[in-house]
Design a protein around this ligand. Sequence first.
Ligand SMILES: [Zn+2]
Ligand SMILES: [Zn+2]
Length: 228
Amino acid sequence: MNILDLVFPKECLGCGKEGSYLCKSCQETFLKASPICPFCQKPSLGGKTHSFCREKCDLEGLFSFFRFEGLLKEVIHQIKYEFLTDIFPELFSVIFREWENEKAFISLYKFIDQKKPILVPIPLHWHKENIRGFNQSVLFGKALAKKTGLSLKEDTLIKRKPTVSQTTLGSKERKENVRGIFKLKKPVRGLSIVLVDDVWTTGATMTEAAGVLKKAGAKNIWGLTICR
Ligand SMILES: [Zn+2]
Ligand SMILES: [Zn+2]
């Protein structure tokens, strides 16, 4: 424990109990996200893209750990807007407890095992990253790399321009909003990739990124997010 923990003891974001940001019982309130097809967003076994959606979709599958609601929504908000980076170790430990126990990961495990993909985080625009001081997708990617032994290739994609906040936009407007925002910085021809992000909302951002990678010759692409 350091001195700051004594002066400002950590409090659970859920219930206010002292000692950690996510107490044991509040961790239990995180609800698992059911796997969906990234194209039609309907239920799909293990998150694999339906075979009849496959032709229209650059993502082969999608996996999100939890539902983007309740306490986890608050946690993500605290990270993004209050820069609460201290919470990451606790958040990752909740996430990776799932990773080890979850039969639902079978399709993604298989993909990782057979294709030996690289991990590519969804970038932030440099200006935003400078203000925030970190990119939560990169931090998530680093933790994943450590956990899986896969290598994280930061800066494979860069974001050309800042986007207006997506939160008030509908799904069609979101697609428009992200068109052309990513630029490829490293060759990906022949590679398999797991794209990493914090939240999947309509999928516009990740779909756009997958499109850029696919066009540049990436072979197989999965999406992986903390929540959806
Ligand atoms: Zn609590
Ligand atoms: Zn589908």
